[in-house]
Design a protein around this ligand. Structure first.
Ligand code: RIB
Ligand code: CA
Length: 331
């Protein structure tokens, strides 16, 4: 069952379930091999997404590398019309922790690295978010977050008015029934900046949260990768390179060979919400305990408090999501 999402124009959907009007989107990310696949999908959907900008943050690798990587991926996708603004270089409170053990030191696996033609904007990523949301009509800008939530949280602290102006947030983060992937109880994006996640979760802005419970259902099998390989374009070749790298790395880590596509989920949701099942919830982020910091306490018992502003992803149509990705990359 697809719940009406607070992020999408109510009722306006195409036959395949995509939102009829374009979604004005800022994509905040920490590329990152799976962020790259999410970026490629966003770049390949100009008829559905008015991609206002990409903001980058320290996460999988350092801030200068995530910014460079976003500019590289933008060039491969031929979307230098989309500005990239580099954001925060460290979490709000805790010490930085990267995920270089998975994304390796470049942040993009074994993809050939080059110096992008077009560099980042001079504006800081946090100020880009504030400026974009404050300069456009209230309720028209959506933000997707596929890394630590530092930039969005800092923007909310610096300019609290953006909370009420955002159409909504589609984020990858957290875990409930799946358990953690960086500690026993925490998923990486939330663990990397739990204070930022708590600021965003507690803000009251409409939030669709794709945690490991749902992203672990969306795996790049050999067959799905092979279909993308048949497209034979610069983007599909880079995607296949990244997906095969993830497959080898997951195998080496003993997690099986079909790598979950975490960051693809929020973007696929914005394009085709019918491919996901969401459940309203209350949520808190554990901050105090060193053992469980970054844990997302997801409560489906809503009580009689204010209406839930958070929707938790519980089911995904993985075949539909890879059909969507392959179709958009083929255009
Ligand atoms: O836990 C998955 C998340 O952590 C993804 O965003 C991936 O890029 C890693 O940063
Ligand atoms: Ca990420």
């Amino acid at each position: 069952m697809v719940l009406a999402s607070p992020l999408l124009p109510q009722g306006a959907e195409t036959m395949e379930g995509a939102p009829m009007s374009k979604t004005s989107l800022i994509l905040d990310c920490d590329p990152g091999v799976d962020d790259a696949i999410a970026l490629f999908l966003a770049f390949a959907a100009p008829n559905e997404l008015d991609l206002l900008g990409v903001t980058t943050v320290a996460g999988n690798v350092g801030a200068s590398l995530t910014a460079r990587n976003a500019c590289m991926l933008r060039e491969i996708a031929g979307r230098e019309d989309v500005p990239v603004a580099a954001g925060c270089e460290r979490p709000m409170v805790r010490a930085p922790i990267d995920a270089g053990h998975f994304h390796v030191q470049t942040g993009l696996g074994d993809l050939n690295i080059f110096v992008p033609r077009k560099d980042v904007e001079t504006i800081h990523g946090v100020d880009f978010i504030i400026q974009t949301v404050m300069s456009r009509a209230s309720g028209t800008v959506t933000i997707a977050v596929t890394g630590p939530m530092t930039n969005l949280a800092m923007a909310m602290v610096k300019e609290p008015r953006i909370v009420g102006r955002l159409a909504g947030i589609a984020a990858m983060g957290g875990a409930r029934s799946e358990g953690g992937n960086i500690t026993a109880s925490a998923e990486y994006n939330i663990f990397a900046d739990p204070h930022a996640a708590q600021v965003v979760v507690a803000s009251g802005a409409p939030l669709v949260m794709m945690g490991l419970d749902v992203t672990h259902q969306v795996r790049a099998s050999e067959g799905r990768i092979a279909r993308i390989a048949t497209l034979d374009t610069a983007v599909s070749d880079a995607s296949v390179n990244l997906l095969n790298f993830m497959a080898r790395t997951e195998l080496a880590l003993g997690n099986g060979g079909d790598p979950p596509q975490h960051d693809l989920c929020p973007i696929a949701y914005l394009l085709a919400p019918h491919l996901f099942t969401l459940r309203p919830c209350r949520m808190e982020v554990e901050i105090a305990s060193s053992l469980t910091a970054g844990h997302t306490a997801v409560e489906f018992r809503l009580g009689d408090g204010p209406g839930p502003h958070i929707q938790w992803g519980t089911l995904a149509d993985a075949d539909g999501i890879f059909d969507l990705l392959t179709d958009r990359l083929s255009r």
